[in-house]
Write a protein that binds this ligand. Structure first.
Ligand code: GLU
Length: 436
């Protein structure tokens, strides 16, 4: 069996971290099994769907590196939905209803006040639609067929259709609700695995009967626990955090993928530099039932760790030309983001006057300025420089290294000086030592 999955966002907004997590899990699972990953644009809501969001969704998936094997659009498939709906109607599996939301609300309250579950009572099911009223349509659940499936994350699931309301599938204004078109498409597109958030579990229960009513075997389902913020709930920030703002903060797509692939699973988050090990490692059996906690601080740290072993070639197109592979390797352990690398260009090549040195450091700097011009920069200049200064002044340890680091880089901290100094232009280094 070829695995076929779909990521099915509604283009009514940008993708946020939670959607991306669902896309990632679908994509990883599909790539692991050599299947086909489809992007299905759920744009049945013509008013709220926007082309700019469709473009943004594609761009974000591209940025993340999730290649797609096909794209479908629900708005182009209404004829198919009508045809399948007609079959269900002929089979008596959908029926017209005409209660107003107010009437339904009153019925719900009455049932609740009697201690009964607020399930739709099918009052309109077998009565004619009153003159002049546009009905909405419900799918008739088969009360005698218990709903069961083995969820790849949640295990055995069981629903009693009697305890569920017949879902509305077509509104009075002729617009489709999500449930039925999704099932029709999953059948038509040969979807084998549906991976989505656990907020869809009860939808799945009704959809399983829709698959059966349309003569199809349902796909396998994996409902993942929701993603929550550090405070333990679905925060506003998390619900709106998009890829553009993460990119602006210097987050690498691989860092986001590395975190989202493992959060809420029994596998550790690892600082991988490509998607390959994440593909290899995905296993729904290792996904937990508890909400997965997303922590932006953890993401920033992981991003930093990943940069520390990211090759120059992977980021070269985003680096100033002056940052070649050797310079990148020297500075990457000190970077939080790729953009920060630009700040090091001045340290390597720039003419800058270091801040005035402490008086106590004067002898070290004077000795360094005197020794530097004669040092062979192509060998191990840091070793030669510190050796000469130590011999001339007797300084050692921090009293030796810190004033030199400050004068040469303008900073108190940074990469290993042994690695850094040969990469700093020699004339600049001599000038800095003399000026300090
Ligand atoms: N458009 C639906 C959503 O975003 C798709 C759910 C599904 O994967 O079936 O919730």
């Amino acid at each position: 069996m070829t695995v076929v999955t779909r990521f099915a966002p509604s283009p009514t907004g940008i993708l946020h971290v939670g959607n991306v997590r669902t896309a990632l899990h679908n994509w990883l699972w599909t790539r692991k099994h050599g299947g086909r990953f489809l992007l299905r644009i759920d744009d049945t809501d013509l008013e709220r769907s926007k082309e700019e969001y469709v473009d943004a969704i594609r761009a974000d998936l591209g940025w993340l590196g999730f290649d797609i094997d096909g794209e479908e659009r629900q708005s182009a498939r209404f004829a198919l939905y009508e045809a399948e709906f007609a079959k269900l109607k002929a089979a008596g599996r959908v029926y017209a209803c005409y209660e107003t939301p107010e009437e339904l609300d009153i019925r719900r309250k009455i049932l609740l006040s009697r201690g009964l579950p607020p399930v739709y009572e099918r009052k309109a099911a077998d009565s004619p639609v009153p003159e002049g009223v546009a009905p909405h349509w419900r799918f008739r659940l088969d009360h005698d067929a218990a709903i069961e499936w083995v969820d790849m994350v949640r295990g055995a699931q069981h629903f009693e259709p009697k305890t569920m309301s017949d879902p509305v599938v077509l509104r009075a204004d002729g617009s489709w609700l999500y449930l039925l078109p999704s099932v029709i498409d999953d059948i038509a597109m040969g979807i084998t695995h549906v991976v989505r958030g656990e907020d869809h579990v009860s939808n799945t229960a009704t959809q399983i009967q829709m698959f059966a009513a349309l003569g199809a075997t349902p796909p396998a389902f994996a409902h993942e626990a929701l993603l929550v913020g550090t405070e333990g709930k679905l925060s506003k920030r998390l619900g709106s955090l998009g890829m553009a703002s993460l990119r602006d903060e210097g987050i690498e797509p691989i860092a986001l993928a590395a975190l989202l692939a493992r959060l809420g699973t029994s596998d550790p988050v690892e600082p991988v530099t490509s998607l390959a090990p994440l593909i290899e490692g995905i296993d729904f059996a290792r996904f937990g039932r508890a909400p997965a906690r997303f922590d932006e601080g953890e993401l920033a740290l992981l991003n930093q760790k990943i940069l520390h072993h990211t090759d120059h070639a992977a980021v070269a197109d985003r680096l100033p030309v002056a940052i070649d592979a050797a310079r990148w390797n020297a500075i990457r352990p000190n970077l939080m983001t790729v953009a920060e690398a630009a700040e090091w260009v001045a340290v390597f090549d720039g003419a800058f006057t270091p801040a005035a040195a402490d008086e106590a450091d004067r002898p070290v700097l004077t000795a360094a300025a005197a020794a530097a011009p004669a040092i062979d920069w192509s060998a191990d200049p840091w070793h030669a420089l510190t050796g000469a200064v130590k011999e001339a002044t007797g300084a050692k340890g921090r009293a030796l290294f810190l004033p030199l680091r400050r004068a040469l880089t303008g900073r108190d901290h940074g990469p290993d000086m042994g690695e850094l100094l040969p990469l700093i232009d020699k004339d600049q280094a001599v000038a800095r030592l003399s000026a300090a």
